[in-house]
Every structure is written in C-alpha cells, then in structure tokens.
Write a protein that binds this ligand. Structure first.
Ligand code: ATP
Ligand code: MG
Length: 149
C-alpha cells in the first residue's frame, strides 16, 4: 500500500503529543515523499519505538528526533532519543523475546516484547532494524525498509 511519508508520520506524532504533552518529538523528512509497505505493520513499529523513547528518557529530557531519508533503494527511519541509553553488552540482547534490562523506568508493565515484535515486523517487511546507543546519552534505532515490497 502507498504510504505518504509526511502524512503518515505526522498522524503518529500528533497522537503521541496529545498522549504525552511533555514529549518533544521532531521529525525531519529528506527527499522522500512516498513508498510502499503495510501501514499497520509500520505503525506498530513506530508505536513501539516512540513508546520506548518516551519511557526510557528522564522526565526533563523527553525528546525524540525522527529522521527519514533514502539510501539507494531503501527508506531509512532513524529514531534518536536523549534517554538513559543501553549498556554496550546489552545491545545484542534487546531484540530478544522477553528480554528487559532492569532500570528505574520499567518497574511495572514492562514485558520485554516490544523490540522483539518490531524485529519480527521489520523482517517480515524485508527490512532491517539496528540500534546504537551510549549509556546516559541516548539511543538510536534505525529501521531500513525497501521502497517497494
Ligand atoms: P514492552 O515493550 O514489552 O512493554 P520493554 O519496553 O521492557 O517492554 P522492549 O521494548 O522490547 O521491552 O525493550 C527491551 C529493553 O530494552 C527494555 O527493557 C529497555 O531496558 C531497553 N530499551 C528499549 N528501548 C530503549 C530506549 N529507547 N532507551 C533505553 N533503553 C531502551
Ligand atoms: Mg517497549
């Protein structure tokens, strides 16, 4: 299905801004207008990554920058937060089912499935998801999807 990138992203971001008024979400789209994928699956990926960015950031620093670009035949979504970060030795684990890193922000209602689910969805869409992070500075989740499936 055809996705109009700016309409799709602003619809998601607006929902979060209403839900979390203290969340500063910015989105920058460069050189991409539309691409093709399943909007429900992509929406779930957005939902989980944005939810995590909010949840794992300190109260006064709830900021997320989403950058959307294209690279060869792929569209690349980068989600950059200024949150608590992920320890280097845990970076390979966060996409595993039921894997959580104990921290002050996931005491209740954290299952450890969000990122595992994202990975399943992105794989299903023939894409890739990766993470880079620095403890106490923030994290970047990068989703790469083919323009057409
Ligand atoms: P669920 O999403 O199922 O409610 P969860 O958020 O704990 O629970 P995941 O979304 O799979 O599970 O994330 C796994 C772990 O990775 C989390 O417990 C958290 O410690 C860490 N994590 C995920 N996203 C971030 C982020 N943006 N910044 C810092 N840590 C993160
Ligand atoms: Mg989560």
């Amino acid at each position: 299905e055809e996705i109009v990138v700016d309409e799709f992203t602003s619809r998601y971001i607006d929902t979060f801004k209403i839900k979390y008024p203290d969340f500063k979400v910015k989105c920058k789209i460069s050189d991409v207008k539309l691409f093709y994928t399943d909007p429900v699956l992509l929406g779930s990926v957005f939902q989980n990554l944005i939810e995590n960015a909010y949840k794992y950031s300190h109260p006064q620093k709830k900021e997320l920058n989403i950058n959307i670009t294209h690279e060869k035949r792929n569209i690349v979504f980068s989600f950059v937060d200024k949150g608590i970060g992920i320890p280097k030795n845990e970076l390979n684990n966060v996409f595993k089912k039921f894997y959580r890193i104990e921290n002050q922000y996931n005491q209740n209602g954290s299952v450890g499935l969000g990122l595992a689910f994202c990975k399943e969805l992105v794989n299903f869409m023939n894409g890739e998801i990766t993470v880079r992070s620095k403890i106490n500075e923030g994290s970047e989740f990068i989703v790469t999807l083919p323009f057409e499936n």
